[in-house]
Write a protein that binds this ligand. Structure first.
Ligand code: MG
Length: 212
């Protein structure tokens, strides 16, 4: 089992994720760009720190990486404006929204596909830049670049996403928001090593292994 005590921050009450927030990634999976943010949750039990393995579950034949910009919430946010949302972000961190793509397709919702233990690797949190749109995300598998995206390319900006989520559910200090993945997702196999960087801010690197 993942050692949650090794996380670089306190366990959040929830991890809120956004799907299809880069137009090119929506297209690569054959999906339309959403008119409103597409929200889903990952359980806190999916969190693992850098260095711990991503464990491929027996239920899936197609586990994929999704490098993402993660943000940590620093104060209670309920029905806030974009400006208040931006001010409520205490840190940014590299995150990997690991996904069992075959189960995402076969299930009518994504709880199983997104929720396995070890399916949310996260790096060290770092104080955010003044302008969140300057952040970028790069994913490498076995040292080879597979994804590169900028927050400036997002369909919905990071402050707009956090504000939108706060109109659905109260965000509490320590909650984590994953802001979507750029194009270039692909499959992971045993023995791979996947690294997500928010250049200048945070890195998370994990080996991949099969279930015991
Ligand atoms: Mg994702």
């Amino acid at each position: 089992m993942p050692a949650l005590s090794n996380l670089p921050f306190a366990r959040p009450s929830k991890i809120v994720c956004v799907g299809r927030n880069y137009a090119e990634h929506a297209r690569e999976l054959g999906n339309a760009v959403p008119q409103e943010p597409l929200l889903f949750l990952k359980p806190p039990s999916s969190l693992v720190p850098s260095g711990q393995p991503i464990v491929l579950p027996a239920m899936s034949k197609q586990v994929e990486y999704e490098g993402e910009i993660g943000v940590l919430i620093g104060r209670t946010l309920r029905d806030v404006s974009d400006v208040e949302a931006a001010a409520g972000i205490s840190a940014v961190l590299a995150a990997n929204d690991v996904t069992a793509r075959d189960l995402q397709r076969s299930d009518s919702q994504w709880t199983r596909a997104k929720g396995f233990d070890s399916f949310c690797p996260v790096g060290e949190p770092h104080a955010p830049p003044a302008d969140l749109s300057t952040l970028s995300v790069v994913t490498q598998v076995n040292g080879k670049e597979r994804q590169r995206g900028s927050a400036a390319q997002m369909v919905f900006t990071i402050p707009a996403l956090v504000a939108y989520i706060s109109r659905v559910m109260t965000l509490e200090p320590g909650d984590l928001v994953l802001t979507g993945t750029p194009a270039g997702v692909g499959t992971l196999g045993p023995g791979d090593e996947v690294q997500v960087d928010i250049p200048g801010f945070s890195t998370v690197r994990n080996p991949v292994r099969t279930h015991a």
